[in-house]
Ligand binder design. Structure first.
Ligand code: HEC
Length: 144
């Protein structure tokens, strides 16, 4: 249900359902070059941290980053000392954490860096040590 909040994920899901119900598939002719691989999930197309936050994060963490409690509990990202160590938000975005889904497979290293840099420099956070693509790669190499 939560996934319905993401237009792009919902669109990818319906495309996958269409593929699965197509007669070509049912006849078992095997994948052809023109068919998209189902194992490659939908990916976000936004590149700026601001746009990524708006599409991916703010539905849970709210546009002001202050989070919300109600049907679920979404922590505030505003003025957060826990974001000081940049590896932490990188890992949370890539691997997810409890109620937060993992986004590592849906974002490039550049996108993860962009959205983490955005969060670490907005909502009252002023961490000037920008995350680089290499930092994201280093976290991806670690097993969650
Ligand atoms: C489906 C809802 C949801 C979405 C979307 C989401 N989060 Fe989260 N996020 C959560 C929840 C729930 C937690 C608390 C996880 C826990 O209990 O440890 C969390 C925790 C975090 C934390 C750790 C906060 C802390 O206090 O330790 C960070 C950082 C974070 N999210 C960043 C992001 C970013 C950046 C995005 C967008 C790329 C994002 N989240 C998208 C639900 C979400």
């Amino acid at each position: 249900m939560m996934w319905g909040r993401f237009g792009i994920v919902a669109a990818g899901t319906s495309a996958a359902l269409l593929l699965l119900s197509s007669p070509v598939r049912a006849q078992g002719t095997g994948p052809s070059a023109s068919e998209p691989a189902l194992s490659i999930g939908p990916r976000f197309v936004e590149t700026s941290g601001e746009a990524l936050f708006a599409s991916v994060c703010q539905s849970c963490h709210m546009p002001d980053g202050k989070g919300a409690t109600g049907a679920g509990s979404y922590p505030s990202l505003a003025g957060k000392s826990r974001l000081e160590s940049s590896a932490y938000p990188i890992a949370v975005v890539i691997n997810g954490q409890r109620g937060m889904p993992p986004f590592g497979a849906m974002m490039s290293d550049d996108q993860v860096a962009a959205v983490v840099n955005y969060v670490r420099t907005h909502f009252g956070n002023r961490y000037q040590d920008a995350v680089a693509v290499e930092d994201v790669r280093a976290v991806r190499r670690q097993k969650p």
